[in-house]
Design a binder for this molecule. Structure first.
Ligand code: LLP
Length: 402
């Protein structure tokens, strides 16, 4: 895989700030964003970065400076985005299974809101009537995405209002004179098949006809990026073309035009991220040679939680002969990052780097086993800057009432 940050730079950062450390290349984030905006430059499209992927304030500020908007999945993400200086108009709160009080808070903040249940829609109607435009998240009953754990639009998914309930939605809209501005779907993460993505788009285009006030169709996120050699990436050029055709046709047939929103998470920040760890222990066994590292699923849970592949390289000994290693963490439970993976010969003390660590890496980290969360470093204009300090014992104790 091509390196955009050099091994020397990653090694230097690891030596300066210690390991484990997350490192983000802001240039890569910029180029990902621009590749989206370029492909959609002739359409009325806004990109709301799904900040659940990575919420470090410095990263939010960088993405804000690019001109992006922000999709949030909790009221705290909304508050972090506001803290980062992002205006309310550029923030969208797409909630699921939340207490109505969070929606009230979001309304007070003045951000866009997508509601994903009939009960919250009714509460919203009772409290706000048509005074505040609102979006509805629908569940299109489409299976899409890398695997079942990251699929959200299928018929057993908790997300969104199932489309078979559309008459109940319309009843509520009429009863409370709701101003439905946006219809939303997000069918899953890592959707490489543009045809499948378009299925969700067509569901929205059909249903939008039932909502005269709708001016925007929010198509969610879910663009795939490659994680391993030979892996696919969503063809954004083709997607832009298909979307252009579908919306043109809808305009011809219905006379209606819509603005388009997207909510990319992984596409924006997966490839910008490098997670560097140190090898603490080598252990040869009959089954495999373990390379134990100073991290675990407390820092990068994707391999254990979703069976995700993260490419691993030996930064300290890159040219040496490849051998098979099982890379494991130091957590007091099974935590295997990779089983029997070919990696250039590993010695204790070597630095290993995990690729594609920007999205849902640090963001899903915890303090399990009372370990510290890693430091985060951002590389901007070629210069590394610390954007989050490693935890200390005080962090583990700070909320305990002793
Ligand atoms: N919009 C909504 C409403 C979402 O729920 C999500 C992700 C996104 C946008 C962004 O999706 P993306 O472009 O990143 O695929 N932790 C999992 C991914 C879970 C995605 C949850 N929702 C992983 O590490 O694979």
């Amino acid at each position: 895989m091509s390196n955009s940050l050099s091994s020397e730079l990653l090694t230097g950062i690891a030596h300066k700030y210690g390991t484990p450390v997350y490192i983000y290349d802001t240039e890569k984030i910029s180029s990902q964003y621009h590749s989206l905006t370029n492909e959609f430059s002739d359409q009325s499209v806004r990109f709301f970065y799904a900040c659940k992927a990575l919420t470090n304030i410095s990263i939010l500020k960088h993405i804000h400076a690019l001109g992006a908007s922000f999709d949030c999945s909790s009221i705290n993400e909304v508050k972090l985005a506001r803290y980062a200086g992002i205006p309310a108009e550029k923030i969208l709160y797409t909630s699921n299974s939340i207490a109505f009080s969070e929606i009230e808070e979001a309304q007070k903040e003045g951000v866009h809101i997508n509601i994903d249940s009939l009960s919250n829609l009714e509460k919203f109607g009772k409290k706000f009537g048509n005074s505040y435009p609102v979006g509805i998240r629908l569940r299109p009953n489409i299976m899409a995405g890398g695997n079942i754990n990251i699929s959200t639009g299928h018929a057993k998914s908790k997300f969104g209002i199932p489309i078979e309930k559309i008459d109940e939605v319309i009843d509520l809209v009429e009863q409370y004179n709701l101003n439905i501005a946006v219809l939303h779907v997000h069918t899953g993460s890592e959707i490489s098949d543009v045809g499948l993505y378009m299925k969700g788009v067509h569901v929205l285009l059909d249903l939008a006809q039932k909502f005269p006030t709708v001016h925007t169709l929010d198509l969610g996120g879910g663009f795939k990026v490659p994680y391993e050699e030979g892996d696919t990436r969503t063809d954004i050029h083709l997607l832009a073309e298909e979307i252009r055709n579908a919306f043109d046709l809808a305009k011809q047939n219905t006379g209606r035009e819509y603005k388009i929103w997207f909510e990319p998470g992984k596409y924006m920040v997966s490839e910008c991220g490098y997670f560097v760890v140190s090898v603490t222990v080598l252990k040869e066994t009959a089954a495999t040679t373990f390379a134990g590292v100073d991290s675990g699923f407390n820092h990068l849970i994707r391999p254990m939680f979703y069976g995700s592949y993260h490419h691993i390289e030996n930064l300290s000994n890159p040219g040496d002969e490849k051998k098979k290693y099982s890379v494991v963490g130091n957590i007091c439970e099974t935590d295997t990052f990779a089983w029997e993976r070919e990696i250039a010969e590993i010695r204790e003390g070597d630095l290993l780097v995990f690729r594609n660590a920007g999205a849902y890496g640090m963001e899903m980290a915890s303090n399990f086993n009372s370990r510290f969360k890693p430091a985060e470093v951002m590389v901007k204009d070629g210069k590394p800057q610390l954007i989050r300090k490693r935890d200390t014992l005080e962090d583990l104790l700070k909320n305990q009432v002793i």
